[in-house]
Ligand binder design. Structure first.
Ligand code: GTB
Length: 222
């Protein structure tokens, strides 16, 4: 059965793969599962039809027959459990890979998202100048520990897994901030993820949503 996912009709990042449908697209590409995409507007996401799929009125969602899922982490885990390619066979290695999925979402991503929120929503507030460096320090503390753990290895725990998929995309949110370059092995790790053919297919697919809407722009031609 071909699953259907939802994605932004008009993503604020203009197709740079920062919206969370990218996680689902990449996972599906890694396991070789074709998928359909339903694009949703910001308005339609908040309407009852979409809220039946996603209680919080967000993307991504995942529909497969009778099954409807939301939360990108849960969707990746579902895909990884049903297809080879994102979780090891060995039970303990599998549990560790799942642990890294949670670490990406629960430990590394929160300060990164909080930093973005301070930057975009609290700019100009009286506390802004004081608060930003505090949050950046929290981000750096996580990156420092992650960098030490990753060391000189290619992936977090043996072969590439769903944990790496989520971690690479979480770290990508820091691209362009200048923070990641202070952790060379993490920069290389992100580049390694981005070099995977499945990543490229997923990236191109979500970018095509943006480029196809730009008059005079050809897909793949900036
Ligand atoms: N915990 C949920 C999950 O992991 O699935 C979070 C889902 C979520 O935040 N969805 C966002 C959304 O639907 C899109 S990904 N937002 C609309 C709303 O809440 O009304 C977050 C996102 C959006 C855009 C960019 N960007 O343009 O750079 C980056 C990240």
């Amino acid at each position: 059965m071909i699953p259907t996912i939802t994605a932004f009709e008009s993503s604020p990042d203009e197709g740079q793969g920062l919206a969370r449908d990218m996680r689902v697209r990449w996972a599906l590409e890694e396991v070789g599962q074709p998928y359909d995409v339903r694009l949703v507007s910001f308005k339609s996401m908040k309407e009852p039809t979409h809220r039946k799929l996603h209680p919080f009125g967000q993307i991504p969602t995942y529909e497969e027959g009778d099954l409807v899922l939301f939360e990108s982490g849960a969707i990746i885990l579902h895909i990884a459990e049903r297809h080879a390619g994102l979780l090891p066979e060995d039970a303990n290695a599998r549990a560790r890979a799942i642990t890294w999925m949670f670490a990406a979402l629960n430990t590394v991503e929160p300060p990164i998202v909080e930093r973005e929120q301070v930057l975009y929503q609290e700019h100009g507030k009286p506390w802004y100048e004081e608060r930003l460096p505090i949050i950046e320090e929290r981000v750096r503390a996580r990156l420092n520990d992650l960098s030490i753990r990753l060391g000189a290895t290619d992936w977090l725990d043996g072969a590439f897994s769903g944990g790496d998929l989520l971690m690479v995309l979480v770290l990508r949110r820091l691209e362009g901030t200048g923070i990641l370059k202070d952790y060379p092995n993490l920069s290389t790790y992100v580049a390694r993820g981005e070099a995977r053919p499945a990543y490229k297919r997923a990236f191109d697919a979500q970018l095509a949503v943006f480029t196809s809407k730009q008059p005079g722009r050809l897909y793949g031609v900036a």
